[in-house]
Design a protein around this ligand. Structure first.
Ligand code: SF4
Length: 79
């Protein structure tokens, strides 16, 4: 079971590319030029991905930290 969840408010993306530059294993730019969190699931305009490892948490937190509009977050999963 995933320990953390990465959350992306994709519709507010300004297409700067910073997340995909620092964390390309998790982030890519889609055909419309918006960031896409790979393998994420969309629900109510939030794209989310469960992750398990500290390494994954750190790299996605880096993506969150470089996002100029602060639309990426990494949280501990509640069960
Ligand atoms: S860093 Fe933020 S604004 Fe820039 S492409 Fe990624 S999600 Fe979009």
């Amino acid at each position: 079971m995933a320990k953390y969840v990465v959350i992306h408010k994709k519709k507010e993306c300004i297409s700067c590319g910073a997340c995909a530059a620092v964390a390309p294993d998790y982030w890519e730019m889609d055909d419309e030029g918006m960031a896409h969190l790979k393998k994420s699931i969309e629900s109510n305009d939030l794209w989310t991905l469960g992750i398990d490892t500290e390494e994954a948490r750190v790299i996605n937190q880096e993506a969150a930290d470089v996002c100029p509009v602060d639309i990426i977050s990494v949280k501990e999963k509640e069960n």
